[in-house]
Design a binder for this molecule. Sequence first.
Ligand SMILES: Cc1cc2nc3c(=O)[nH]c(=O)nc-3n(C[C@H](O)[C@H](O)[C@H](O)COP(=O)(O)O)c2cc1C
Length: 312
Amino acid sequence: MSIVVPSLSVSAAGLSFHSPLLNASGTFNAPLFNQLFPLKEVMGGIVTKTVTQNPQAGNLQPRTTELPGIGMLNSIGLQNPGLAYTLATEIPELKALGLPVILSISANSSAEFAQMTEAMLSHPHATLIDAVELNLSCPNVAKGGIHFGSAADSVKEALRAVTGICPKPVFAKLTPNVSDIVSIGAAAIEGGAAGLTAINTVLGVAIDIHQKKPVMPRVSAGYSGPGIKPIALHAVWNLHKHFPETPIIGVGGISNAQDVLEFIMAGASLVQVGTICFRHPTIFKSIQADLQAFCAKDRLDSVSALTGCAHR
Ligand SMILES: Cc1cc2nc3c(=O)[nH]c(=O)nc-3n(C[C@H](O)[C@H](O)[C@H](O)COP(=O)(O)O)c2cc1C
């Protein structure tokens, strides 16, 4: 009797991924982790740290605080070396890992998004980028970010500015810090998004009871990790329910294969794994093996058959 090994391959937004597992932007040093284990064996693609047009120094320290058992708060403030450096140096290094590369970008206006897209497309390394993720949802910057991503009009405009000139698939990364994420998703799709990434961090606060003041200098910060999983699943469930044809990348609190399966069954085609990587940088290995085992036990040919199955 021959044993059929289930396929973890996923097609989404015109791209092929040999696994549904991607990293979440800003939480994963891919070249470093590739020294621990070959990423291409256990991941489907790499997402860059969000880059802005010009280098950004980020926020004052402390920028992170652990919330034991439930995750962490971060207020990095989009520290990054800027688009030109990322295109020249980081993109070839990431592409050499042998996986599709998704460039995450953020801007303060749709005009700036258009300028960044033009700069990317005219760079000799443009061909090394497989897709773009628009970070419309960073809670830790004074301009752009979440402010941009909370209004349907500006989301649609930002997407139009990029998709109007970019032949690569564009994913819109949405904030959960809105009253109706479905209307923001609709605006992104109207603006030409090939897919939606849900969710970025949830706004949160921590208080230092000894100093009697907020832990983070900007008071509010981005909450991530296991505690946000139900919030992220709620977003993915509702986005898939309203836009069943649109590929969704589910992200938020994923720590194991059970979590991945929940996101896929709620409607995600792909998932991103973030905060858990700080504690367990090799987590992709066990998630991939456990996913494979689940599919084999369930006699599934392909994991993608599970996308949205909990709705049926
Ligand atoms: C330290 C840190 C830095 C992050 N930086 C970015 C970023 O640059 N761009 C972005 O879109 N999301 C960023 N995020 C959000 C993650 O990509 C992800 O959406 C969020 O953390 C939820 O997933 P998780 O619970 O698995 O971490 C960051 C999160 C953390 C914890």
